[in-house]
Structure formats: C-alpha cells, structure tokens
Design a protein around this ligand. Structure first.
Ligand SMILES: Cc1ncc(COP(=O)(O)O)c(C=O)c1O
Length: 374
C-alpha cells in the first residue's frame, strides 16, 4: 500500500546485525538505522509528534510559522514538515552546524539564521534559544516546538521509538543505548522500558564537556550530543542504568570504523553510541541483543567525518581497523551508574531564556492518556 504522504512513512526503521564487529569482539549488538526516517534522522519522530500536538491544541494554526533552535537534525525535520503542511519555518543554527545540514534545511524551504555568540558554557544552546524565543515573541502567528524544554519530545520517543523497539524484538533485548542532548530519546526510552521491561539495561552516551550529568563544561566537537544542563525530558536520571562519555576523536573514528567494516554510513553521534553499546555488551556478556540507536546518516557529514583534510586538521585518527576499535573501547571511562547518576536540572533557565508559556516544561502538565500502552 502506498503511503498517504511522506510523513506516514515515519518509523519502522531497520534493525541490522553488525556481524564482523560482533564476531571480532564477541559482543551482541544490533544497530537501528534512524536515517531511514523520511527527513533522514531520528528527530523526525519528535518533530512530527510535537507539531501534531500543537495542531490539535490550536497552538499552531494553518499558515503559521514554526520557529526553532536546532544544531541540525530537528530543524531539518521541521523544515520537511513545514514543506508538507504549508508552514513557514525559521531555524536558528550555530557555527557547528554543517554546510550540508544548512543546505538541507534550505532545500525544504526553511529560513536559516546562524547564531555566532557563545553562551557561558562555551556552547551556543542558550544564545540560540534566547534568540528563537525573541523571534517568536515578535511573530504573532508563530509556534515554538522548543525541543530543549518541551517534554513532549520524550513522550514522542516513548510512544514511537521505545514502543517500536519493544515490538520489533518482542521485548527480548538486554539493553538500549542512545545519544543524549535534549534528552528526548533517552527520557522516553527509559520511562517506557522501566515500565514494561525493567530488566532491560538503558544507557546513554554524552560528550566530555557536556553538563547533562554534571562534570566540567567546555567546548566539544560531536554534533547533536550534549547540553549545558539536565533537560527535563529526562524525568528521573536514575531510570537510566549507565551514562557513558566518549571523546570527540573516539566518536568520529568509531563511526568511520562502522562504515568501513560493515558498510553502514552514519553520523558522528552514532559512532559514540556504537562504542557505548559495545562497551556495555563486553561488560554484560548479554545473551539477548543490545540495541544501538544510530541517529542520522553519514552523508550529513561528508565535509567533516569523511573528509581526510578535515580529520587531519582536527587530529582525528583515520585508522579504521578492528585493532583501533579495541583500543578505543579500552580507553572508555567507567560509566556513571544508577543510582549515582548526577543531575543538573536548571529551571532558572526557563525564566532566564524567556521560554514561551506554550512549552510543556514539566511532566505534571501531561495527561497520562497521551502515553500509549505497550
Ligand atoms: C544524530 C543525533 N543523535 C542524537 C541526538 C540526541 O537526541 P536527543 O536530543 O533526543 O537527546 C541528536 C540531537 O540532536 C541527534 O541529532
């Protein structure tokens, strides 16, 4: 049956064996290819859900404008949705956003604004958000999906990503690993699995320099990972079993290793996720697979991750051998583990950044009926 429109092809992404890597390491990891979503990344799931909710509640009206701060994928998803549904889309990106991602947003017709001013953590998150909120206040017909503060993002992953993994595997898995930034993925997945399959290990991977789970904040290179505080999308940090950290260099190299050895072309955060999932598998010696959620496509990073000159300039090892993979895994620090995972909620930001009153900032505001059953 043909799909009614491109958005209806969302989800049901493939689970793939990584035979050579698993055989070499004696691990049991399956990867889930989120680049198969219609806009090319996992962010399509949250963007679609949030926009549909805004339409239902009347916050987004026909002919309205969607204004968002995003380093790439969420903005591309919104740009695609805007094209299908006829909304104007304005996105605020930063200098870390790749040329390719900006070109993709523009291809769908979005207007792109590059914010160059850094915030107090050395990142651009806060300055981008403040600017997006200002633009929204100036534009009467606008809606802010507000991915960093809107807990509907984790509801989207609860209903979509987590439920889909459970259905595809009949719940016979020993873990799920994803990357963390706005916390939508890990928050929704942790809530779902702790409710329906509590023995499943839930892990996420963060960047050194991100402050999602405490620690010193400083600049880092991995795109799409990390934040300067704990997002409320993570309702309870201790529903996460393990928090890994991966260096910039290791994330880039691991993604290239996956491409060269398994023919799977994915982005930088996927390299970090792969390393964390393999490390967890080495530790658990799991019987049932661990699912590694690979968020987007390597085609989005041809001018960095797959550009030799860029790699040399940025001191990233281009050795894609299995020996190199072992060495990367050996260097991974011991993860933070529940119940000792640090949190760093910073609700003063809601006022400080002028978060719109339309943003659902707390789970208490959500009707339980919005959460689908298993
Ligand atoms: C490719 C990719 N992976 C992972 C993440 C992190 O997901 P979340 O924001 O749901 O925590 C992002 C966020 O931008 C992303 O683009």
């Amino acid at each position: 049956m043909p799909f009614n429109n491109i958005l209806d092809s969302l989800g049901n992404t493939s689970l793939i064996h990584i035979n050579k890597i698993n055989q070499f390491l004696n691990t049991n990891v399956l990867v889930k290819l989120e680049k198969e979503n219609p806009g090319g990344s996992i962010k399509d799931r949250a963007a679609t859900f949030i926009i549909e909710q805004a339409e239902k509640s009347g916050l987004l009206q026909p002919g309205g404008t969607i204004i968002e701060s995003s380093s790439g994928n969420f903005a591309i998803s919104l740009a695609m949705i805007g094209a299908i549904k006829g909304y104007r889309v304005m996105v605020l990106v930063d200098p870390k956003t790749t040329k390719t991602n900006i070109a993709l947003m523009k291809a769908y017709g979005a207007e792109v604004i590059v914010v160059t001013e850094k915030d107090d953590t050395g990142s651009y998150h806060k300055t981008r958000i403040a600017k997006a909120n200002q633009l929204a206040r100036e534009n009467a017909k606008s809606y802010r999906p507000d991915q960093c503060f809107n807990v509907l993002s984790s509801v989207a992953h609860y209903n979509s990503t987590a439920k889909e993994i459970y259905k595809q595997t009949q719940g016979k898995i020993d873990g799920v690993v994803c990357a963390v930034s706005t916390g939508g993925q890990i928050g929704g997945i942790a809530e779902y699995f702790k409710r329906y399959s509590p023995r499943c290990n839930i892990a996420c991977v963060d960047a050194y320099g991100s402050a999602v789970f405490g620690g010193p904040s400083h600049a880092y290179k991995i795109p799409g990972v990390g934040l300067g505080w704990t997002p409320r999308n993570i309702r309870d940090v201790n529903k996460i079993d393990y928090v890994y950290r991966v260096s910039d260099q290791a994330a880039y190299t691991a993604s290239r290793i996956l491409c060269r050895n398994e023919g799977i072309l994915v982005g930088v955060s996927s390299g970090a996720v792969l390393l964390a999932a393999l490390k967890l598998s080495l530790q658990l010696k799991n019987k049932h697979p661990i699912i590694a959620l690979l968020g987007d496509s390597g085609e989005r990073y041809l001018d960095t991750l797959f550009d030799d000159e860029w790699l040399i300039k940025n001191n990233i090892d281009r050795d894609t051998s299995m020996v190199q993979l072992c060495s990367l895994l050996e260097k991974i620090d011991t993860p933070q583990q529940s119940p000792n995972i640090e949190s760093n909620y910073n609700d003063t930001l809601i006022d400080l950044l002028n978060v719109p009153s339309t943003t659902v900032t707390r789970f208490e505001q959500i009707d339980e009926s919005l959460l689908e059953s298993a």
